[in-house]
Design a protein around this ligand. Structure first.
Ligand SMILES: CC(C)(COP(=O)(O)OP(=O)(O)OC[C@H]1O[C@@H](n2cnc3c(N)ncnc32)[C@H](O)[C@@H]1OP(=O)(O)O)[C@@H](O)C(=O)NCCC(=O)NCCS
Length: 184
């Protein structure tokens, strides 16, 4: 799953080679979900094996607190600030580990769950994304979540079009990314 995260980590394209450490992206965007919310982690696979995943949590604030207790401390010890050249891609991820951004209050109030979805190219455009989201939505609703949000880079126009197509709308804008959300 860390490998899939890296191979889709440049606005949906392969980020291998952009990062000195191939595990950093996965350590932020995959690891805490699999560790802290394993029953809400689903993979897509074909005859060649696992090639995609969707990960979610039903309630973002408690998840942020659990990460602060159980996930970030070991990573901060392993990757101290200054490990990588300033402003390099690795350094920008490292700073997320040391100062994780909190979801904004207006978003978590209305859309408390959040998710990440990534499929390798060989699984894209075959209905896996829609099916994985459907599986996650059912599980999130069973866990009591009324609505879900996600973050997406503005450069990832494919993912934005996909999210719009499956019912998400923009609820918050940043300089280089936006938050999209929908009810469950
Ligand atoms: C974005 C992504 C999750 C979409 O999953 P997918 O399996 O390719 O999409 P699906 O085949 O399930 O498509 C579902 C529906 O969305 C539509 N859709 C998919 N991509 C679309 C696009 N770029 N524009 C418009 N509609 C799109 C499909 O036509 C399909 O419509 P239908 O079900 O009504 O027939 C997947 O392509 C992916 O992982 N991309 C790389 C990683 C990435 O960018 N992740 C998101 C990070 S925020």
């Amino acid at each position: 799953m860390y490998d899939i995260c890296l191979r889709t980590g440049a606005s949906g394209e392969d980020a291998t080679g952009e990062y000195r450490d191939p595990n950093l992206l996965g350590a932020v965007f995959v690891g805490p979900y699999v560790r802290l919310a394993p029953s809400l982690a689903f993979v897509g696979e074909d005859e060649s094996g696992v090639a995609g995943y969707v990960l979610g949590v039903p309630d973002t604030r408690p998840f942020e607190k659990a990460c602060e207790r159980e996930w970030w401390p070991a990573l901060r010890a392993r990757y101290p600030l200054g490990t990588f050249p300033p402003n390099s891609p690795d350094d920008r991820i490292l700073r997320l580990i040391h100062s994780p951004p909190e979801a904004s209050e207006d978003v978590v109030e209305r859309y408390p769950a959040h998710l990440h979805i990534d499929l390798l190219p060989r699984l894209q455009g075959r209905g896996y994304g829609r099916r994985l989201l459907g599986t996650l939505f059912t599980a999130l609703a069973e866990a009591g979540a009324p609505a879900v949000h996600l973050g997406v880079g503005l450069a990832n126009t494919n993912a934005i079009a996909f999210y719009e197509h499956v019912g998400f709308t923009v609820v918050h804008r940043y300089a280089e990314s936006q938050i999209m959300a929908r009810t469950l």
